[in-house]
Design a protein around this ligand. Sequence first.
Ligand code: C2O
Ligand code: CU
Ligand code: CU
Length: 418
Amino acid sequence: ISSSKLDVYQLTMRPANVEILPGVSTRALTYNGAFVGPTIRARSGRRTIVTFGNRLGEAANVHLHGGKVPASSDGYPMDVIHPGLARMYDYPNDQPGATLWYHDHSHHTEAEHVYRGLHGFYLLQSDDEQRLGLPSGQYDVPIMLRDALFDDSGALVFDPTDPFNRPTLLANGRPQPYFPVAARKYRLRLLNGSTHRVFELDLGGVEMTQIASDGGLLPEPVTTTNLTISSGERVEVVVDFSAHPVGSQLVLNDVSGPVLRFDVVQKAVDRSSVPDRLRALPPVPQATNTRQMTLSLDPVNIQALINGRPFDHTRVDAQIRRGTTEIWRITNSDTDVGGSGFGLPHNFHMHLVQFRVLDRDGRPPLPGESGLKDTVLIQPGESVRVQATFGDYLGRYLYHCHMLEHSALGMMGQFEIV
Ligand code: C2O
Ligand code: CU
Ligand code: CU
């Protein structure tokens, strides 16, 4: 069904045997049988309705990460789809073009569900963006990066207590795939769909031009050779393969090993470009309230905390009057987890809003943080200040560490817009 004002999708969550490792069958949780779910394509200003059916045999739900959606469609942890039932989610798409994604958010089971495959892209396109002349169509490529641990039989192993032991890196659900490219510019929409890993990427010293982050285009492109992407974050880059002769190979590497190979296979005519100015960001209203959020693990009680407390869905942690602009200072106090001498990075994701990163320990944000963000990495001991305006919808929304093993242990809170 499709009318002129709305797009309709139907996805079924179900276990399926999929091929992740070459020639090996792996049981995964899927949308419509695909290990990385089908890519939903939406347009700014045009509503999308997605009906999600649940054939998993257990409760699950769906969250549109980065989306400005009514609370009833946000995938609140207790607001689940029971097995055998279906639910319509309403996505108004009343926001600029951006690389969003959808994933499970069910209480205490989000990490395992996402790890086992309940993740997919939601690409929001806007007309203004199309006028810029960036690489488009087949030259605009979403790439979900994540990690996994497989046992000898090819089964996915989920061990939330040992998230660092996930040595297999996957790009769009495949280990070290290669991607044939033409000698021209490509737009690569990189998403870290891992539940825990921080990717630290390079392209063997080749320059990448970052054009967008979580909430869409940056004000201006930023040239770099290294990208750090924590769980849930998106970084979009334009890579120009025209400087590399046909037959050359470029490898996208993480610090722990290769992720993906680009093989330049043919010459091409390229009419795309990257303008010097990408977009004007909305003005930043004066903040009228500030809050402190301190993240810490409690390894003794096997809990993860914000401001000393684990998530409690009966407690509202921050009540916010609609339209208010606030500054939140988020501190990662895990410099020495459980007396181990080791610190642990966290990150911080807010539902509903796209925020500005104001500073890191009083220093300017990183160049790639000049646009709108919904997820920000915070190193051990670091404090990051972000600013957001809580407009639009009333109701309860989450904020949490997007290392989902941590949010599942309680590193999550909720604000209520009244
Ligand atoms: Cu991507 Cu609350 O999650
Ligand atoms: Cu989210
Ligand atoms: Cu964390």
